[in-house]
Design a protein around this ligand. Structure first.
Ligand SMILES: [Zn+2]
Length: 155
């Protein structure tokens, strides 16, 4: 009788220990899952910003693809800018408002001095580069020669 009681007690204790173990595993798995979900959310939320900040450094001294800039704001964009034709040339702009601004102030907006030589050039025909490392502002160049001279002079 006494022996039997003990076994029952033992069995109960074993069950309690097993339940505790199971709860621990459950808690750990759940915590890992939560951390994983948060990481993915943070990654997706800040992915564009991270890429944008990275480009402000990585693209310095390199030719910037047209679709990464707004030719009205003269800056690097977080998202791709859209291609707009005007008077037979293609311009890249971030929004409809910037397109309208370019059209309404065409002389001032579509033309700009080469950042090295000072020659007036049309943005649609220019090479584009970052003005300073780590900043979104862009400058325009007539050709590869003035482009290289600009970055060589700033070393
Ligand atoms: Zn714009």
């Amino acid at each position: 009788m006494n022996k039997r009681k003990l076994t029952k007690k033992e069995f109960q204790e074993r069950q309690i220990i097993e339940n505790k173990k199971f709860n621990k595993i459950l808690l750990i798995s759940f915590s890992i899952l939560i951390v994983l979900i948060i990481s993915v959310l943070v990654f997706y939320t800040y992915w564009c910003d991270t890429k944008y900040a990275y480009r402000q450094y990585a693209l310095y001294g390199k030719e910037i693809p047209f679709d990464l800039v707004c030719m009205n704001g003269n800056n690097l964009q977080i998202h791709e800018s859209s291609k707009e034709s005007y008077q037979g040339k293609v311009y890249f702009l971030c929004s409809k408002a910037c397109y309208n601004h370019l059209v309404n102030h065409f002389r001032q907006d579509a033309f700009i001095p080469d950042a090295f030589s000072g020659d007036t050039i049309c943005k649609a025909d220019a090479l584009i580069g970052l003005k300073n490392r780590g900043e979104p502002h862009v400058v325009y160049f007539k050709n590869k020669k003035t482009f290289n001279q600009y970055y060589e002079s700033r070393r």
